[in-house]
Design a protein around this ligand. Structure first.
Ligand code: NAD
Ligand code: MG
Length: 394
């Protein structure tokens, strides 16, 4: 038997936190992986650096003003370059064995969906795909025979804890939450938290949007919606438990009382390595879990009073229809406004709740029948949120 040809990997969102961790694993396994395309949003300098390191066939930058500097940086390399929305889709659908989907936000929906429609296997870090367009997105994967590998740590842990069991046979599915930087803060203090305080996550180093989502606990709400679609488990069987050490990431409870858990040190390279290696195991240079050294694992119930975003997302999951789409769009714009210093931390969940009320009153919260319909709702809500928040000043 000869040596196996390297697996062809497309990576979108290459310059972000997940992108960087993915690249770290890919470069350590050069015989096993060949990176064929890369895409990023604005950071053309970092994208050029990655392109020179990884030598893909194609690179795409979403921000069109990044085209010229990227071209200049890649002179003499033979690497094809594209810019704009279509170019990102081209990178996502570039001839590959696996797409790693690591763009942040609903911007990841179109390119990831395009790859799924081609039957491409997708390692999915971008949870907003499933919150914005869950049902049609999963249907596209099924119909095209594409495999979705969950890269989000909780869902990856659950996929491993399931150990091949049919998710329909389980009694409960539980994801853990670190509780974020405000786990022990009062509601009044959380309300007025600053950007620096919200970005100071105790356990994980991640991009700014998901870090703010972790602080509001909207992230856990988005993850419940993500779990519902990924595993086809109804809302009543899904649960969240706060676990400040972030060692246990996801649990599955069976009808006989047995519970299996997925554990690892809080390092995204663990779930990323699982997806890249699947069905085999990759060697990953992650710190090893030493339970005796950690000594104590604690668990507590989430507090919906102090973290209204979690309650809001639970409501959207239970109500279904287009509400998760609305919630996701309004949250993205509110997080942007918070990071820009235009609204208070407490306004994020308030704005998302208002957006849901408006969508319900206007009859805009019907279940999207297709990814295109979900994106139409998303764009509407985004426009309205931008208008509402444009004039806000702290
Ligand atoms: P990040 O902000 O660090 O990186 C985002 C990436 O997306 C960057 O490469 C950016 O250039 C690119 N991008 C942004 N807008 C784009 C657009 N319109 N078109 C093309 N590219 C665009 O974010 P991150 O923390 O790496 O998170 C990425 C995704 O993975 C998110 O959906 C997040 O929820 C999910 N996730 C992240 C972590 C983590 O540890 N960082 C863990 C679990 C899940
Ligand atoms: Mg997660």
């Amino acid at each position: 038997a000869g040596k196996r040809a390297p697996q062809r990997v497309a990576l979108i969102g290459a310059t972000g936190s997940i992108g960087k961790s993915t690249v770290d694993l890919l470069v350590r396994n050069p015989d096993r992986f060949s990176v064929v395309s890369l895409a990023a949003g604005r950071d053309h300098a970092e994208l050029a650096r990655l392109a020179i390191l990884l030598r893909p066939e194609f690179v795409a930058i979403r921000d069109e003003s990044g085209f010229e500097p990227l071209k200049e940086a890649l002179v003499g390399t033979n690497i094809q370059i594209g810019a704009g929305r279509e170019a990102v889709i081209e990178a996502a659908t570039w001839d590959a064995d696996l797409l790693v989907s690591a763009i942040v936000g609903a911007a990841g929906v179109e390119p990831t969906h395009a790859a799924l429609q081609l039957g491409r296997d997708v390692a999915l870090a971008n949870k907003e795909c499933l919150v914005c367009a869950g049902a049609p997105f999963m249907r596209a994967a099924r119909e095209a025979g594409a495999r979705l590998l969950p890269m989000d740590s909780e869902h990856n842990a659950i996929a491993q804890a399931l150990g091949g069991a049919d998710p329909a046979t389980i009694e409960r599915m539980i994801i853990t939450a670190s509780g974020g930087p405000f786990r022990t803060w009062s509601r009044e203090a959380i309300e007025k938290a600053t950007v620096a305080e919200a970005l100071n996550h105790p356990n994980w180093s991640m991009g700014p949007k998901i870090t703010v989502d972790s602080a509001t606990m909207m992230n856990k709400g988005l993850e419940l919606i993500e779990a519902h679609h990924l595993f086809g488990v109804p809302a009543e069987k899904l649960d969240v438990v706060v676990h400040p050490q972030s060692i246990v990431h996801g649990l599955v409870a069976f009808a006989d009382g047995a519970v299996t858990a997925g554990m690892a040190v809080p390092d995204m390279r663990v779930p990323i390595a699982h997806c890249l290696g699947f069905p085999e195991r990759l060697d990953a240079p992650t710190p090893r879990l030493d339970l005796a050294q950690i000594a104590t694992l604690t668990f507590e119930r989430p507090d919906h009073e102090r973290f209204p975003a979690l309650a809001l997302a639970l409501g959207a999951l239970a109500a279904g229809g287009g509400l998760p789409t609305v919630l996701n769009a309004a949250n993205e714009i509110a997080v942007e406004a918070f990071l820009a210093g235009r609204i208070a931390f407490g306004d994020i969940a308030r704005h998302a709740a208002e957006a849901i009320d408006i969508a319900e009153k206007n009859g805009e919260a019907k279940e999207p029948a297709s990814v295109a319909e979900a994106l139409a709702i998303d764009h509407n809500v985004r426009d309205r949120s931008r208008r509402v928040l444009a004039t806000s000043r702290l």
